[in-house]
Design a protein around this ligand. Structure first.
Ligand code: NAP
Length: 242
């Protein structure tokens, strides 16, 4: 039977590639978007049997109904992927320094990057079948290594590593595995806020001498979502050797 995958943030730069890669492997995809309604409709038209659902992860009351709608559309769940994210506590998004940190923005960012996906997993966990499944969170190298990063973003990405360790231990007996995929700097998406000199620094220090692509991240996410049966509680860095 085709695996049923729920993707948070399927409308994003990386999220779209993840939905395409899952679908190309024959999985059925149900994904959320926030403001990218048009993009979500295009992706649904492109991918066989894909379905989308609007969700604002800062709105706790929207999470359970959105997960229920996707569970109903897919008739269950075998894999969950979190690919939604905010990069800064200010609007428009910026590569902000500590002095620019906003307290209200901190709560919004943590809701999208950490609390929202944890609540989504709380709601979805009872719906995984006897065969278990996979929870995959897209983090960032910013949560693993001391690189120049916006404070709230780096903190939220590091917290995902703790989240998957806890989830993996609690849910392992039910064959539910949990991991973080932590990309380095990619072409496009959230890295658009990166100052150009910093982007050049990342390229200079990468073993491969280039930025990553969203397809390279999607390959690893797809493996974890569809094929993984023993790797759990880990944060896997995919950054070209930074
Ligand atoms: N791009 C990079 O260079 C890079 C590097 C390292 C790690 N990553 C990680 O890759 C993941 C995806 O990033 P990306 O580059 O694809 O970013 P992106 O293109 O900016 O996409 C962000 C996603 O988050 C969703 N989102 C934003 N606010 C939301 C909210 N309030 N509620 C629900 N969803 C919300 C967006 O939905 P709408 O567009 O529909 O509003 C979109 O789907 C993130 O975890 C990021 O940390 C990216």
């Amino acid at each position: 039977m085709a695996k049923r995958c729920i993707v948070l943030g399927g409308s994003g730069h990386v999220g779209q590639a993840i939905c395409r890669a899952l679908s190309a492997r024959g999985a059925r995809v149900g994904f959320t978007y926030h403001q990218g309604e048009e993009l979500a409709a295009q992706l649904c038209a492109e991918l066989p049997d894909a379905t989308s659902q609007r969700l604002d992860l800062t709105r706790e009351d929207e999470i359970a109904p959105a997960m229920d709608a996707l569970l109903e559309a897919l008739d269950g769940v075998d894999a969950f992927v979190h690919a939604a994210s905010l990069v800064s506590t200010n609007e428009p998004p910026e590569h902000e320094k500590l002095a620019r940190l906003s307290a209200g923005g901190w709560d919004r960012l943590m809701a999208v990057n950490l609390k929202g996906p944890a609540l989504a997993c709380q709601h979805l966990a009872p719906h995984f079948g006897d065969g278990g499944g996979n929870l995959v969170f897209v983090g960032s190298t910013d949560g693993v290594k001391p690189v120049p990063t916006p404070v709230a973003y780096g903190a939220s990405k590091a917290a995902l590593s703790g989240l998957v360790r806890a989830l993996a231990k609690e849910l392992g007996a039910r064959k539910i595995l949990a991991n973080v995929v932590a990309p380095g700097v990619l072409e496009g998406g959230l890295s658009r806020t990166l100052p150009d000199e910093l982007r050049q620094e990342f390229i200079k220090h990468s073993a491969l001498g280039r930025l990553g692509t969203r397809e390279e991240v999607a390959k690893l996410v797809t493996f974890l979502a569809l094929d993984n049966s023993y790797l759990t509680a880990r944060t896997i860095v995919v950054d070209g050797g930074l």
